[in-house]
Design a protein around this ligand. Structure first.
Ligand code: NDP
Length: 307
């Protein structure tokens, strides 16, 4: 297919692959900032709204990829990224690929290795906001991969959110992203478990949320103290809540007594019990970290921190 006539691509020109709930938001933010954007979506109808806002709709994936020096992929999974990009590897050669699809650190590294082999400058991005927050500085997007490419495209990336670079190892942004989401989902699961408990006495989840939200918010102040203990590796430092004091068997029991599955809190209790059984009951709650951590955190010399 012959390329339609258009103005030559500039460094700020972006081709956006994937116009789902998330992909549409960065495309709209770029358009709002006056950038030229070419869009492609597997189901073309989903791109129509963005085209109506001023984006150039590509007639094919190949056309989209060749329209801009910077190609952004916001698809669903690693498999969907590979299924989309593999057939246009030749066209991507020499361009900068920013993948903001949520994938695992290993998948990010695999994608970076594939990109290096093809001759694509690769950068992985992890979006830490919902679509409505794209275009505001309060939100964050983490990046890792080529530093040079990051610096070159930063003025474009900064239109979406506050950008944070995590290092040249492509997997790092994804690792931080998924670690953050781990905390978030366990908090939500804890809330939903609590809502199931109070529902047995007729309290609505809405009523419970009104109490739970400020309580959890206040409790997050404790994170820094736990972090200090974990980083110091000394669970005997005075002032910590001991594992014995933190025993949650009564909480598990209460849940069962109400006929509510204690699965989320039982998992926490299991970690506590393992440490107490190993003779560490007098040490701090943060010692459950010892159950969870990888045997030997890898330190990457070029990053200077554990990866
Ligand atoms: P949607 O389900 O709304 O969109 C998914 C997009 O991926 C669509 O464009 C879809 O195309 C495309 N897609 C899926 N499978 C394939 C495939 N095999 N080949 C080609 N295209 C495919 O999801 P979101 O836009 O919400 O999410 C996109 C990414 O952004 C995800 O990785 C998500 O984790 C991440 N993200 C989303 C957030 C959110 O709040 N929504 C927050 C942070 C990150 P089609 O329309 O044809 O189905």
């Amino acid at each position: 297919m012959s390329e339609p006539t258009r103005k030559p691509a500039q460094l700020t020109d972006v081709s956006m692959l994937g116009l789902g709930a998330m992909g549409s938001a960065p495309a709209a933010a770029l358009l709002g900032a006056g950038r030229s954007v070419t869009v492609w979506n597997r189901t073309p109808e989903r791109a129509e709204k963005t085209v109506a806002r001023g984006a150039r709709g590509a007639a094919s994936l190949r056309e989209a990829v060749t329209a801009s020096p910077v190609v952004v992929a916001c698809l669903l999974t690693y498999d969907s990224v590979r299924a989309t990009l593999d057939p246009v590897a030749d066209e991507l050669r020499g361009r900068t690929l920013v993948n903001v699809t949520t994938i695992t650190p290993t998948e990010s590294r695999q994608l970076a290795a594939w990109a290096a082999e093809v001759g694509i400058t690769y950068r992985d991005g992890a979006i830490m906001v919902v679509p409505d927050m794209i275009g505001a500085r309060e939100g964050q997007i983490f990046y890792s991969g080529s530093r040079e490419a990051y610096d070159a495209v930063l003025p474009t990336l900064d239109i979406w959110a506050t950008s944070e670079f995590h290092g040249e190892d492509a997997g790092r942004a994804s690792l931080v992203d998924l670690a953050m989401l781990s905390g978030m989902y366990q908090m939500f699961a804890g809330f939903i478990h609590g809502a199931a408990m109070v529902a047995t006495m007729g309290m609505s989840a809405t009523e419970f949320a009104a109490r739970q939200a400020p309580f959890l918010s206040a409790m997050t102040r404790g994170l820094a103290a736990y972090a200090e203990v974990v980083d110091g590796g000394d669970y005997t430092v005075p002032g910590q809540q001991s594992l014995e004091f933190s025993d949650l068997s009564h909480l598990v029991r209460a849940s069962k007594e109400q006929g509510v599955d204690p699965a989320p809190i039982a998992t926490v209790q299991e970690l506590i019990s393992r440490q107490i059984a190993a003779g560490h009951g007098a040490e701090g709650f943060a010692r459950i970290y010892e159950n969870l951590r990888a045997a030997r955190p890898t330190v990457r010399p070029e990053e200077g921190t554990a990866a």
